[in-house]
Design a protein around this ligand. Structure first.
Ligand code: HEM
Length: 474
């Protein structure tokens, strides 16, 4: 896209989003007067500067840094149709991520697509209940039964990499989607159902960053339609399972077993409805797919740029191979024996900061850094500044996994978040990455085909060019 197209796109997004959010604009919070910062231009606020930084290599870091230098750690702005208070630092992280006075603050598109009973839209006891529900299948023990599938799929995926030009992001995306489709509903990695699942998911995924206009022909409308098709697919599978026509030992089966209503009325009240099940399955897909895809892609990119780290990582995996429990025979026990790989993953998440800010809404009045925050305000925890703070991470621009040799200060590393909303998919993400990387570094060397550090203008940060590389056998 050239710059003029970007400008048109940005103006369209901003005007439409602002028109949609006209109500919060009219109720311009006078109470915010005490908070330093600028609300920018009428209607569009500071959205243009915010969006124009989106796809630059440092992302919104530039936007944030300029304002922090001017106003300090807490400042107000008006971006993407919202009056927002940006804040940073470990104390702000602790307050926003563990405090009782905030809830998650999804954009309208996300709220509509994911449905009202999604984990991301619940708070308090209901949120805890849903977390418990997904906690067990996504725990290390719960994931063990999927290890063979993940290992086999990684080997198959990489089998056709040799001597080819590969778009790492595309490959990672296909791999992670097949993994989650298998874990949730035992989808075969190839075939018509997989294709349907994949194409619907792609449309849903791109609707999150779309204009909030539910009119036929728009990306948002297509997203809602694809969501409905995905739910029909799930209804069909749930029906077959309940009829006993199909059985698989997977996430969906465990939900169906626990949550099919019976004669006991009291017990029935505790059970999830089919709608709740579907909303939360979709939530896991959406929250887990782009993030893991991005992490795998950034990791390979950082390895490509840091030969010393790649060499150390190879040594760790070579030792596993030499023990006879690696390569095609990679065993579950070895997954828990990759200390350097785990540090490389953490450093990747720090350097890339895949989710550069965490959005919250104040559910009560409270104070932070001496500023009064009022109920209903939109609050963004600026993670990118925390991950680039030299006080916590000396020479933050370096990709240095050994900085994780020492325990981190609390709330300084937020790759998977913290507190009650910390990522429940952390074990799955690490498992997928460890397996995939074990085979990649053991088999291949790769050369990037382009030097372009731009980033896609999406909520999850990913290399814009999908990281094209030429792969050769070692
Ligand atoms: C490397 C991959 C991943 C990264 C970097 C990542 C990162 C995060 C972060 C930072 C949060 C907290 C956001 C906040 O506090 O606002 C989060 C939440 C979440 N993640 Fe992940 N995630 C990854 C993979 C996964 C996977 C594989 C799944 C599921 C299969 C998943 C499901 C979720 C869900 C459902 C939440 C919301 C939790 C809640 O609100 O209680 N994530 N993730």
């Amino acid at each position: 896209m050239d710059m003029s197209l970007v400008a048109v796109f940005v103006v369209l997004v901003v005007v439409a989003a602002s028109a949609f959010f006209v109500k919060p604009m009219l109720s311009s919070p006078k109470a915010m007067e005490d908070i330093p910062g600028s609300l920018g231009w009428p209607v569009i606020g500071e959205s243009l500067s915010f969006l124009s930084e989106f796809s630059s290599p440092p992302g919104i870091y530039n936007f944030i840094k300029t304002r922090q230098q001017k106003y300090g750690k807490v400042f107000k702005s008006f971006v993407l149709g919202r009056f927002t208070i940006f804040m940073t630092g470990r104390e702000a992280a602790r307050t926003l991520l563990t405090g009782k006075d905030v809830s998650l603050n999804l954009f309208y598109t996300g709220q509509q697509v994911l449905g009202p009973t999604s984990l991301l839209q619940t708070n308090g006891e209901e949120h805890k209940r849903l977390r418990r529900l997904i906690g067990e299948p996504l725990s290390i023990d719960g994931l063990r039964k999927y290890f063979e599938f993940i290992n086999m799929l990684a080997i198959q995926t990489l089998d056709n990499w040799t001597g080819r030009k590969v778009l790492v992001l595309e490959e990672a995306s296909t791999f992670t989607l097949k993994v989650i489709g298998h874990i949730i509903m035992s989808l075969e990695p190839t075939g018509e159902e997989q294709e349907k699942f994949r194409s619907n998911f792609k449309v849903i995924s791109s609707s999150f960053a779309a204009l909030p206009l539910k009119v036929p022909g728009t990306a948002f409308h297509r997203g809602i339609q694809a969501r409905d098709r995905m739910y029909e697919m799930l209804d069909d599978i749930i029906h077959r399972r309940r009829e006993g026509k199909d059985f698989h030992d997977d996430f969906l089966e465990s939900l169906i077993m626990k949550h099919t209503k019976g004669a006991d009325q009291e017990a029935n009240n505790e059970k999830l409805t089919d709608k709740q099940m579907k909303d939360n399955i979709l939530t896991l897909l959406v929250a887990g797919h782009d993030t893991t895809t991005a992490a795998l892609t950034w990791l390979m990119k950082f390895l490509g740029e840091n030969p010393y780290v790649l060499e150390r990582l190879r040594e760790e995996h070579q030792q596993i191979r030499e023990s006879g429990k690696g390569g095609e025979n990679l065993s579950w026990s070895e997954i828990n024996n990759m200390p350097y790989t785990l540090k490389v993953i953490s450093e990747t998440l720090r350097r890339a900061t895949i989710l550069p800010w965490f959005s919250r809404k104040a559910t009560q009045d409270f104070e932070i850094d001496g500023y009064k925050i009022e109920k209903g305000w939109s609050l963004n925890l600026d993670v990118v500044s925390i991950h680039n703070n030299p006080e916590y991470f000396p020479q933050p621009e370096l990709f240095d996994p050994s900085r994780f040799d020492e325990p981190m200060k609390p709330f300084s590393f937020l790759g998977f978040g913290n507190g009650p909303r910390m990522c429940p998919g952390i074990n799955l993400a690490k498992l997928e990455i460890c397996v995939f990387i074990h085979h990649v570094v053991g088999k291949f060397k790769w050369t990037p085909l382009e030097k372009d550090d731009s980033v896609q203008p999406t909520l999850v940060r990913m290399p814009k060019n999908k990281y094209p590389v030429l792969v050769e056998p070692l």
